[in-house]
Design a protein around this ligand. Structure first.
Ligand SMILES: Nc1ncnc2c1ncn2[C@@H]1O[C@H](COP(=O)(O)OP(=O)(O)OP(=O)(O)O)[C@@H](O)[C@H]1O
Length: 310
């Protein structure tokens, strides 16, 4: 394992586009294309594998990488594609030691915040529905995502499917959330603890939607956070249709993600006209049709009579 602090600073220079990373144990080769990002536990690269592109996460801490691998394995068992598919786990021997890495499915897409830029409010519903479906699956496994934030929620380019990245925060229910980002954290907003429960994730979902409406970070008003967030939700035209739902999520009022999803579906149904309204409309249309047919018949009769006279 690479653990020296000098190595830590220089470490990234070991990995550059074109480098072939060969696994010590399985012998798979990956040619680095470009860096995709840097996380707490390592660097992520786009790489060309034997069967196409993969995302390669190369870490410094074998234990942290193993934890992530185990979570990915667990998520891969779930039917809904929660996280990226895990392909390979190995070590890369470089000049400075051995660096643990794993190869996973490369997910091509935009994070949810970039995706929403310039898009209409209808998309909030589409994205919310998908995120809640995924979370419901995860929660049924006894797990909480923990670090839900726009950077970790990708909307795929072709099919507009939601995929969750960065499983470092996935925590067993009942434990303290392992990894979180302050702005999406219930504890930071003084609206609950950091205990891993479904409501923790649902709070972050509501915060993500608030951030879609207000991308610039606002300063928290300590002691008045509930009123502050409520005002933001109520003032945003984008969030206005979802305000009841988002406020309930912020206050931990949903028992589970399915519960919140049902509220979303009901809200949608509420927008559809009721049967009574439909019937009234139908009766009106029938009357108009009758009037038009009668007018046409009268017109024909008048024309016929005129033809007979002249
Ligand atoms: N499977 C993947 N497909 C495409 N891009 C990925 C994939 N995994 C990670 N990335 C990219 O690499 C970046 C770093 O990912 P990583 O999961 O290590 O950490 P993070 O979520 O950015 O940060 P932190 O660990 O600090 O929370 C991500 O933001 C994303 O842009």
């Amino acid at each position: 394992m690479v653990n020296n602090s000098d190595v830590h600073a220089d470490w990234a220079t070991e990995f550059y586009p074109g480098l072939v990373v060969r696994g010590k144990w399985h012998g798979q080769c990956y040619t680095l294309v470009r860096k995709l990002g840097v996380g707490v536990t390592g660097h992520v690269y786009l790489a060309q594998g034997q069967d196409g592109y993969v995302a390669l996460k190369i870490g410094l801490d074998a234990r942290a990488i193993t934890t992530e691998v185990n979570v990915l394995k667990q998520l891969n068992k779930v039917q809904e594609m929660l996280g990226p598919c895990l392909y390979d786990v190995d070590d890369y021997v470089c000049l400075r030691g051995s660096a643990p890495f794993y190869a996973m499915e490369y997910i091509q897409g935009e994070n949810v915040l970039d995706f929403m830029k310039g898009r209409s409010g209808e998309w909030v519903e589409v994205l919310l529905s998908q995120i809640l479906t995924k979370l419901a699956q995860l929660h049924k496994q006894g797990l909480v995502f923990g670090d839900l934030k726009p950077a970790n929620v990708l909307v795929t380019d072709k099919s507009y499917h939601i995929r969750l990245l960065d499983v470092g925060g996935v925590t067993e229910m009942g434990r303290a959330v392992k990894e979180y980002t302050e702005y999406y954290d219930r504890g930071y907003w003084e609206l609950g603890s950091r205990r891993a429960d479904p409501q923790y994730d649902l709070f972050s979902v509501a915060m993500m939607m608030i951030v879609c409406a207000y991308p610039a970070r606002v300063n928290k008003v300590s002691g008045k956070t509930a009123a502050q967030l409520k005002k933001m939700v109520q003032k945003s035209p984008l969030l206005q249709p979802y305000q009841q739902m988002l406020l309930r999520a912020l206050h931990g009022k949903y028992v589970c993600a399915d519960d919140m999803r049902s509220a979303l579906v009901k809200r949608k149904k509420g927008k559809l006209p009721t049967r009574k309204v439909v019937n009234r409309k139908r009766q009106l249309t029938d009357r108009v049709d009758l009037f038009l047919v009668a007018s046409f018949v009268i017109l024909l009769s008048v024309l016929y009579l005129l033809g007979e006279i002249f």
